[in-house]
Design a protein around this ligand. Structure first.
Ligand SMILES: Cc1cc2nc3c(=O)[nH]c(=O)nc-3n(C[C@H](O)[C@H](O)[C@H](O)COP(=O)(O)O)c2cc1C
Length: 174
């Protein structure tokens, strides 16, 4: 029975974390160059398709994020969706030692200071459209002004680990 698997979680936030971890997602880096310093925030809560016209995407950012305080002042944010083989890079860009995040990372920086990660699956050049409170996070709406896909397949975050897409089963391939 489904309901036998449903648990109350008031007293234990780990139940929420573990259950949410079963939801597969892509992983994004929101990155900006501010006065020559590069900042990146890695987020698995990123989602596309909030709106097509205007082109809006969303991300939930912990209120405790130091990096958000910095990049929320940027005029443009580069969003890179990590690709196959970039699990190590994802962890590096989320490292608590912020100074080490961009060591040896191949990037491109736009004239507006949006930072894009080489080898990602897709990129969006965004500005911040709206920020609202959502419990212990900020719900951030981003407007994409330019976007494009690369050659690499996306990385998948699931069960607190990185996975790669498998070929579609024969029944779905047609
Ligand atoms: C796979 C992965 C997914 C993450 N997803 C989010 C997210 O959706 N929102 C968020 O605020 N932080 C997320 N984080 C944590 C941030 O990337 C970052 O480590 C955290 O904000 C602390 O760094 P800061 O204080 O420099 O912001 C994620 C980290 C990893 C490794």
């Amino acid at each position: 029975m489904i309901q036998n698997s449903l648990r109350e979680f008031d007293a234990d936030p780990m139940i929420v974390r573990q259950t949410f971890a079963q939801f597969p997602s892509g992983v994004a880096a929101l990155a900006a160059d501010i006065d020559g310093a590069k900042h990146a925030l890695v987020a698995s809560s990123f989602m596309v398709g909030v709106s097509l016209e205007p082109c809006l995407v969303a991300v939930a950012v912990q209120k405790a994020s130091v990096t958000w305080e910095q990049i929320s002042k940027a005029g443009r944010l580069g969003v890179s969706i990590f690709g196959k083989g970039q699990g190590g890079l994802t962890r590096q860009l989320a490292h608590k030692d912020r100074a080490a995040r961009f060591e040896q990372v191949a990037i491109e920086v736009s004239d507006d200071g949006a930072v894009f990660i080489d080898g990602a699956a897709l990129w969006l050049d965004c500005s911040i459209s709206a920020v609202s409170e959502a419990g212990d996070h900020w719900m951030v709406l981003l407007e994409a002004h330019r976007l494009g896909a690369g050659e690499n397949e996306p990385l998948v975050w699931h069960g607190s680990t990185f996975r790669e897409l498998a070929s579609p089963p024969a029944v779905d391939a047609a």
